[in-house]
Design a protein. Structure first.
Length: 162
C-alpha cells in the first residue's frame, strides 16, 4: 500500500484548513489524544488546530462535550450517535469550525459479537454539517489506534476540501 504518512496527512489538512480560515477541534476516546498529538507535531499548527479533548470515560464525554447520557445508555459509547454527538460537542465547546470525534474498541479486550475489537465510529462536523462512518480495523491495539488516526485525518482532508 502506498498510503500517505500521518505527517503528510497533517500537512494536507493544515493547508486545507488554512485555505478556508478554519480551525479544528478533536474529541478523542480510543486514540487518547493521538490525533491532537499528530496535528501539533506540525510546526505552525496553532494557526489551524484549536483544541483537543480526550474524553475517554463516559463521564468525560458528558461533561466536556455535552453528550447526552441517555445516548450512551441506549447505544453504548461506541456508536454512531455518540460519535456524532462528540463531534458536535467538540465544535460547540470550542472556537473551531471543524470537529472530529473517534470512539472505538482498541482491544485487546472489550469487544463482543456486535462490536468486535477494532470497531471505531468516527464523527465529523465541518462548517455545520455532521457526518459519520464506522470502520473495523485489524491488528493489535497499537495498529487499531494508528489506523484510526490515519482514517480520521484522511476523511478530514476530504471533507474540508469539498
Amino acid at each position: 500500500m502506498n498510503e500517505p504518512s500521518i505527517s503528510a496527512l497533517c500537512e494536507q489538512l493544515a493547508q486545507a484548513l488554512l485555505a478556508r480560515g478554519w480551525m479544528l477541534a478533536a474529541a478523542e476516546s480510543c486514540t487518547g489524544g493521538m490525533i491532537a498529538a499528530a496535528c501539533t507535531d506540525l510546526a505552525g499548527s496553532s494557526q489551524w488546530f484549536e483544541r483537543g479533548v480526550v474524553s475517554y470515560s463516559n463521564e468525560a464525554k458528558q461533561e466536556l462535550l455535552g453528550v447526552d447520557p441517555d445516548l450512551i445508555a441506549q447505544h453504548g459509547a461506541v456508536s454512531e450517535v455518540v460519535a456524532r454527538a462528540m463531534a458536535f460537542g467538540a465544535v460547540r465547546h470550542s472556537h473551531a469550525q471543524v470537529g472530529v470525534a473517534v470512539t472505538g474498541i482498541a482491544g485487546p479486550t472489550g469487544g463482543n459479537a456486535q462490536k468486535p475489537v477494532g470497531t471505531v465510529w468516527f464523527g465529523f462536523q465541518v462548517d455545520g454539517r455532521l457526518s459519520s462512518e464506522m470502520r473495523l480495523f485489524p491488528g493489535d491495539r497499537a495498529a487499531i489506534r494508528t489506523a484510526t488516526v490515519r482514517r480520521a485525518l484522511q476523511r478530514l482532508v476530504e471533507l474540508v476540501r469539498s
